[in-house]
Design a binder for this molecule. Sequence first.
Ligand code: PLP
Length: 360
Amino acid sequence: MARVYNFSAGPSMLPEDVLKTAAAEMLEYGETGQSVMEMSHRSKEYQAIFDETEANLREIMNIPENYEVLFLQGGASTQFAMIPLNLMTKNGKADYIITGQWATKAYKEAARYGAAREVASSKDKTFSYIPKTTAADFDSEADYVHICMNNTIYGTKYHTLPDTGDVPLVADISSCILSEPIDVSKFGLLYAGAQKNVAPAGVTIVIIRKDLIGNAMDITPTMLKYDTHSENGSMFNTPPCYAIYIAGLTFKWIKKMGGLEVMKEINEKKARILYDFLDSSKLFKGTVVPEDRSLMNVPFVTGSDELDAKFVAEAKKAGFVNLKGHRSVGGMRASIYNAMPVEGVEKLVEFMKKFEEENA
Ligand SMILES: *Cc1c(COP(=O)(O)O)cnc(C)c1O
């Protein structure tokens, strides 16, 4: 068996340690005589897995006591509706910063339920930068301000949070959760689909300040109310049990690695290797302004569609897969989440150098 270096934007690589533990525990978890997939979510054994998973997430992200952690379904995309349904309820207004496709989708969904306002956008330059804002740009009566913290498709990220004054900040952290420390107390709500940096698809993590729970619009379906899930320990109905279990293994792996400070160092090292090469290459170039570059998703181009396609095909043959850029940007994109080892990025750069020599 030869595992490839998988640069997919999501679902993406999982740490080999996590997969090995899951494999070893596949037929029997502990002394239970069954796999985690087959367990009742109401069993004592599963509750122990769930509780440990939440406790470890709270520990590694340093989540304050006044925040609830929810493990939900429906992906980050369901949060695009849950957020306005639950939060856009005091003044019926919310501010959105448009930094790409996901932010746009979140904004359009919110506009169905209230007065969503586009505060700033980087659409003019294919979302290759993060628009600058000041506190004065935001409506002090907005129920929240929504940002997409790391833009998976375009490869930008917020290095400094917008100053929203007293208005709660809500952030989609699907593609940067656990990549570096984050000050949870600066946010009203954080959410992330798991399939980028945590677990297989199926579980969505929501971290919400407790005072924001319980104000949903009357029309909100029961399953889309945060209080439904917070009052039932994320077990109002069957949770995505197995995905939560894998998330738990990933959290243990991060703890073993040394926590989020260490993840950040490793991620910065990987990103530096790739960006330094892109900045010095005569053939390849990055598409994002240097000050807003993502640590997780690195889009780049040669300038020729033909050469891009040739590169993607040859890379695949050499064991570097899923490097084709998103259909809306073209070119290439290397997603280098936590599970991508430094060696994978070093080898990719070696391969790019060779390709450059052969095709200059
Ligand atoms: C992948 C992604 C989404 C969509 O997630 P789903 O879980 O598929 O709904 C939303 N936002 C960001 C930033 C993403 O990377």
